[in-house]
Design a protein around this ligand. Sequence first.
Ligand code: FE2
Ligand code: FE2
Length: 283
Amino acid sequence: MERRTVEWVVVSNDAAIIATEKGDLWFHDLTDCREVSPFAVPMTGEGSPQTTALLLNGAVALGFGKDGCELQSGAATLPKFVFNLVGAYHNSRRTPGHFRRAAQRLRAVGRPDIAAYLETHAKEETGHDRLVLKDLRALGLPAERIVENLVPDGVRPLNDLFDRLSSADYPVGCIGYSYCFESTAALKQKADVDAMQALCPDGIDATRFMRTHSGMGSEVDHVEDMIDFIAALPAADRIEIVKATYETAVLIADCLRREGHMPDAEIVAQIQAAAGEEVRLPA
Ligand SMILES: [Fe+2]
Ligand SMILES: [Fe+2]
């Protein structure tokens, strides 16, 4: 009989994500069938790039929720764009160090394969925080002072999650955290970048970070590499990674929802307080 890969992961108390090699993706509610459902038991089989990608992208979609597409459509005003950049700084500043620390730990527990992957990824992500600083400076803002004094409220839980996943005894989940950010960034197209650029005053390039973290930059390759790498890992690792991807998507969505509801005046006030001087951001 022909063998077909099926992968599944229970990402929260009652939701299982199931992916098949035929390209089907299901969200299965275990609430009333936990005792009898085969998907309540952790998968143990091999992955494949196709099913693992479906599973990971399913985790992102489920975590983002019904308003996910809307949330990902991006900041529509310059203050929101700047606020997002400040959040991105705190994430990208952490990445190389967190990945190296996780790599050290994984090497110590006998997983040199994952350690080597994280070390490569740490190199690739090095310097991305500086792109944010350049973008903020281009807008005439005191970049260092702002990022030192401001961590947007919605970003804090994400920072905490990344800190926790990367310093765990077995920190494979930090790959899932990263997958969520990279895969959603890779969906951004030139038109999305141009739309943000259009919010900036003429002649000012404040989209270095965004370009790098879009389909125009290196993210598409990073995501493909990540899928191939994750698909080849044992089931227990894939489960942890998909769960972390889901958890990250839930928090990113919370953050975007919260920021979406913030009036620009409040965002400008927070940036101004962090800058310690008056800032001009045409709304
Ligand atoms: Fe990056
Ligand atoms: Fe990347």
